[in-house]
Ligand binder design. Structure first.
Ligand code: ADE
Length: 240
């Protein structure tokens, strides 16, 4: 997959590709990442990229001509263009999976107090990473790119994300490693005994319990298996 990020602050983003899984994915050729500075497409002699809003008001607005030129230079026939904005479609693991199937992503980070409304017409989709306002789209783009890259073939072992929170519509079950007792806190017995049938059942039940207690909204539209229904009933009894 090719990923291109259009930003006024490439240095804010650079670091995440120099460490850990994202670095390894790039080194292995799983994906390529190009940071494109929107300012390079300013035709203004002072390299300005923004201007005051029509109608008055505080702040400066990112102008559409410079963004248009940056997008035009970056895209190919395979590009899926995304604008990072708090007004966009709420980001989720489902959307991460959708994006991981694209050949090329072009993410555009807004910054400053806002951007010219006409920029919206240049993209395929607008994405928000949550109901809060960041100083710009950079951190949001990082979150999207990170969550997409780990889903790409050969970025990490498949088993590592099969049980991810959200991947089956549930939060992930609790995990433990050695020691079996730490300051009086024990690892649940079932995980230590090596009975794989019981471990699978424990994990499914704890996944359901976590989701029921912390994110009941996730259960509203979920289709349950017979086993899940029975486990959920038991959890409800236990928490009465
Ligand atoms: N830019 C500023 N805030 C944002 C958010 N919550 N999501 C995506 N882009 C943003």
């Amino acid at each position: 997959m090719k990923i291109k990020i259009l930003t006024l602050f490439p240095q804010m983003i650079e670091g995440i590709f120099k460490e850990s899984i994202l670095k390894r994915a790039i080194d292995k050729g799983v994906c390529s990442v190009e940071l494109i500075n929107i300012r390079d497409y300013s035709t203004n002699k002072h390299h300005h990229v923004d201007d005051t809003p029509y109608g008055g008001g505080a702040g400066m607005i990112l102008a559409c001509d410079v963004v248009d030129r940056a997008i035009t230079a970056a895209i190919t026939k395979d590009s899926y263009k995304i604008l990072m904005t708090p007004q966009g479609r709420p980001y989720s693991q489902v959307l991460a999976k959708e994006l991981s199937l694209k050949k090329e992503l072009v993410l555009i980070c807004g910054h400053y107090e806002g951007f010219d409304e006409r920029i919206r017409s240049y993209v395929d989709e607008e994405i928000s990473i949550g109901d809060f306002v960041l100083t710009g789209g950079e951190l949001a783009a990082c979150a999207v790119v990170d969550s997409v890259i780990r889903l790409l073939e050969n970025a990490i072992k498949k088993e590592s994300f099969l049980d991810d929170s959200f991947s089956n519509g549930l939060l992930e079950y609790p995990q433990y490693t050695r020691p079996v007792e730490y300051k009086g806190k024990m690892v649940p017995e079932v995980l230590v005994n090596g009975n794989h049938k019981l471990i699978r059942e424990y994990r499914l039940k704890e996944s359901l319990r976590r989701t029921y207690l912390r994110r009941p909204d996730l259960l509203e539209n979920k289709e349950f298996t017979k086993e899940e229904k029975a486990l959920l009933e038991a959890i409800k009894e236990e928490t009465k």
